[in-house]
Design a protein around this ligand. Structure first.
Ligand SMILES: C[S@@+](CC[C@H](N)C(=O)[O-])C[C@H]1O[C@@H](n2cnc3c(N)ncnc32)[C@H](O)[C@@H]1O
Length: 235
């Protein structure tokens, strides 16, 4: 498809309990999400395997989402944020302020899924910008595949820390792809007084090569973490 900009196509994701969803099977609850992908080499233009895994985590925990204030950072085409909004959360999507095309993708994802109440803002990691300062408290911060360049790791973590200082009970739900055994955020988490819990994929039915009717997870090694302030009591 093309509306004057670069061409794009729509990918369908089907979330269901238990086995993979099959079209026409009405016995199990199912969520269908449509995601537009731009045929372009920029990172935020298509769905990354990590996004499917994080979206599956949201779907698995969907009963706790209604009313939760959720911010997705580095959202790109925003699959996790769209699933959260479809499940009743109050969602804000964000991507780098300097990348209007990524913000346009967030917008298009909302439109395709008939989501009118989702906010979209420019939020660049590591910048104490007016948009960051004016954000209300959030309960959950989402990010899939934002730990792909070690030069950005501390910027991501400092943004998360800033948001957690506004709401010390906030949690950061994030998935990352293991690309190098040398990369670690443990020292940065310690420096920024944050703690992490590793969430096994099998605990939310995500230890599969195919998820949400998508083969994207494939054989990539993807990990899920929940990060919170080291001093915060469990909620
Ligand atoms: C690997 S893509 C992941 C996109 C999406 N979360 C997913 O998993 O499908 C990384 C995303 O981070 C965004 N990004 C890159 N640098 C950024 C920065 N400095 N601040 C905010 N977002 C950034 C990109 O525009 C892109 O959407």
């Amino acid at each position: 498809m093309c509306e004057g900009g670069p061409p794009w196509r729509v990918k369908e994701f089907r979330f269901a309990d238990g086995q993979e969803a099959h079209e026409g099977d009405e016995r199990r609850p199912e969520l269908v999400v449509l995601i537009p992908e731009v045929l372009n080499s920029q990172y935020g233009m298509y769905v990354w395997p990590c996004a499917v895994v994080l979206a599956q985590y949201l779907w698995f925990h969907r009963r706790m989402l209604p009313g939760k204030r959720i911010l997705e950072i580095g959202a790109g085409v925003s699959l996790p944020g769209i699933v959260a909004a479809k499940c009743g959360a109050e969602v804000t999507l964000s991507d780098a302020e300097e990348l209007p095309q990524s913000l346009k993708n967030c917008q298009r994802s909302c439109e395709l899924n008939n989501l009118l109440g989702v906010h979209i803002i420019g939020l660049t990691w590591g910048q104490i910008s007016p948009n960051l300062l004016s954000l209300p408290q959030v309960d959950i911060i989402l990010a899939s595949d934002v730990f792909f360049d070690p030069e950005d790791f501390e910027d991501v973590i400092s943004t998360v820390y800033f948001l957690m200082k506004k709401n010390p009970h906030a949690q950061f739900w994030t998935t990352y792809q293991v690309r190098s055994s040398d990369w670690s955020i443990e020292a940065l988490l310690y420096k920024w007084k944050l703690k992490d819990i590793h969430v096994p994929l099998q605990s939310f039915n995500a230890d599969k090569e195919q998820l949400a009717s998508s083969l994207l997870p494939g054989r990539h090694t993807i990990e899920m973490m929940i990060i919170s302030l080291a001093g915060a009591s469990p909620t």
